[in-house]
Write a protein that binds this ligand. Structure first.
Ligand code: C2O
Ligand code: CU
Length: 585
């Protein structure tokens, strides 16, 4: 500091008084006075993009693919104006943001808002409370999130350090899927024929498929992460793929996992990561102490448990060390290239081991506030099923039916208006029923031989919860049309993953093994293929909160439902009034 706090002539007593007054003043300034308001503009527009020798016009934010990075600090208010210049209706979801009292800004179309129509705009207005880490944003209507997505980075409050080595640099890596066809046509066709959708043509890292694909240029179509030796890098990894969980690894490097879904975790080392769509993971990468005379592939490919066809290709990027200054002529091309070994495509044992390593940091500064008592218990089956063929011919789903997916055998139908609006304006009667079942209506051996009748029911039903209900939810995969891992995402909350297992959940035995001390806290969890997962959360956020499989095709087929959390008594326990520019249907 280059200045004196007081003129040298003042008495010590006066100085003490001044300090006291300063202290008192500071302690009365509310915390958010130090937070910023950050403005962003998202212009939804078409852009020509070329990948795998296919040039096509895609829906983007500001012409960028992937979309722009949003950066804020814990405590900041974000105001993001979205202007729709394309023919498609659009809405944007801030995946993992809690949206305390601001459900109107959550984004899922027909759930918390009507979509933004052509020529219209909407300002998403929310404050980041009690969260820091990596999340992402994406379109939340139909399959537009295939091209409309980007990182959302929440830094700690100013002056608050990370609970791990300060990284030299931070690098977001966002995984996606690329279709040579128009993804909107792909899902429209699948919903019409009742069959499975065409799979993607490539996986991407920061929008780039990399050198393992035909007609993918080694130069511009490959993600290169340039690093210096002997430094620590923070990789902010985001799985924004539509339908695939992904393994990820960097050749000859170990990664230290420090955060998941914007929650600090007990650090652990691993060669390979597994991330479901909707999940984010921060890892520390310690680079080698000396220039290694080599480059290293970073690759990702899917973890697959279902029976359908899938994109079994591999995306690769390159970790490239900056050559030492005395060897500027050194050609990267001549360097040896190392490739990582990824687990087998169906390596469920790896998946289990990996998820079991994830634990909340659970220390004094970052406690794990696991609900210790439960007010309401729910048991939901999640899985596939069928609907009768709609187009009066034979459909391309199982035995001429149409594929469907459900929660407690209800395939959720989105209404023509937004659920939150219907609730807030007291027009719920025609829009939804408040009677979503807490348990399967017809219990069966969920993971045994499936029942002959695979037909689902269809409806728009919500669970209604009083404010501050402590919820325990067990989600059970079914073997109907094949057991499959389902990454379930809950809007508006983080939950604690207190238990998981294979086969049918046993309410008499399994709860004894629940971890109520340091379970991982997150917003998206994989229901194990042929197994179950138990989560707990406190319903302390009023609004309508979507919950769905983050495999987009399963959401399209109906693997989704909603929780309606009622207002509490206090003013800060109520949903704020809707913004004036809230879109109309
Ligand atoms: Cu990332 Cu409802 O989704
Ligand atoms: Cu699913």
């Amino acid at each position: 500091m280059g200045f004196l706090p007081f003129p040298p002539s003042t008495t010590p007593a006066f100085q003490r008084l001044c300090l006291f007054v300063l202290f008192i003043t500071l302690s009365f300034i509310p915390e958010h006075a130090f937070a910023a308001t950050r403005h962003y503009k998202f212009h939804i527009k078409l852009q020509n993009v070329t990948r795998l020798c296919h040039t096509k016009s895609i829906v983007t934010v500001n012409g960028q693919f992937p979309g722009p990075r949003i950066v804020g600090r814990e405590g900041d208010q974000l105001l993001i104006k979205v202007v729709n210049h394309v023919q498609n209706n659009i809405s944007i979801h801030w995946h993992g943001i809690r949206q305390l009292q601001t459900g109107w800004a959550d984004g899922p179309a027909y759930v918390t808002q009507c979509p933004i129509q052509t020529g219209q705009s909407y300002v998403y207005n929310f404050t980041i409370i009690g969260q820091r880490g990596t999340l992402f944003w994406h379109a939340h209507i139909s399959w537009l999130r295939s091209t409309v997505y980007g990182p959302l980075v929440i830094l700690p409050k100013l002056g608050v350090p990370y609970p791990f080595t300060k990284p030299y640099k931070e690098v977001p890596i966002i995984f996606g899927e690329w279709w040579n066809a128009d993804p909107e046509a792909v899902i429209a066709q699948a919903m019409h024929t009742g069959g499975g959708p065409n799979v993607s043509d490539a996986y991407t890292m920061n929008g780039l498929p990399g050198p393992l694909y035909n007609c993918s240029a080694k130069g511009i179509d490959t993600l290169k992460v340039k690093v210096k030796p002997g430094k620590t890098y923070l990789l902010r990894l985001i799985n924004a793929a539509l339908n695939d969980e992904l393994f990820f690894s960097i050749a000859n490097h170990t990664l230290q996992v420090v955060e998941a879904d914007a929650i600090y975790v007990k650090p652990f080392e691993t060669e390979t990561l597994l991330m479901a769509p909707g999940q984010t993971t921060n890892v520390l990468l310690k680079t080698k102490p000396h220039f290694p005379n080599a480059t290293f592939f970073m690759t990702a490919r899917p973890y697959v448990t279902g029976l359908g066809t899938f994109d079994n290709s591999t995306v690769a990027g390159i970790l490239e060390y900056e050559p030492p200054s005395h060897s500027t002529s050194l050609s990267i091309k001549k360097l040896q290239l190392f490739k990582p070994l990824l687990p087998a495509l169906n390596d469920t044992s790896f998946a289990t081991k990996f998820t079991n390593k994830l634990r909340s940091l659970a220390n004094a500064q970052f406690p794990a506030n696991v609900p210790q008592k439960v007010d309401k218990r729910f048991f939901f089956t999640v899985g596939l099923g069928t609907n009768p063929c709609q187009n009066n011919q034979t459909c391309q789903g199982p035995n001429g039916t149409m594929f469907a997916a459900s929660v407690n055998n209800i395939s959720f139908a989105l209404p023509n208006t937004a659920l939150l609006q219907a609730h807030y304006f007291g027009q719920s009667n025609e829009v939804y029923a408040p009677d979503f079942p807490s348990n399967p209506i017809f219990p069966f051996n969920y993971t045994g031989t499936p029942p002959n009748n695979t037909m689902v029911g269809n409806g728009t039903k919500l669970v209604v919860l009083p404010f501050n209900t402590s919820v325990e939810l067990v989600m059970q995969d079914t073997s109907i049309l094949g057991a499959e891992s389902h990454p379930l995402h809950l809007h508006g909350f983080n939950f604690f993953v207190v238990g998981q297992g294979f086969g049918n959940f046993d309410p008499n035995k399994d709860p004894a093994n629940f971890n109520l001390v340091d379970p991982i806290e997150r917003n998206t969890v994989g229901v194990p293929s042929g197994g179950w997962v138990a989560i707990r959360f406190l319903a302390d956020n009023p609004g309508v909160w979507f919950m769905h499989c983050h495999l987009e095709i399963h959401t399209s087929w109906g693997l989704k439902m909603g929780w309606l959390v009622l207002d509490g008594k206090l003013p800060n326990q109520k949903l704020l009034p809707p913004p004036a520019d809230l879109p109309k249907c």
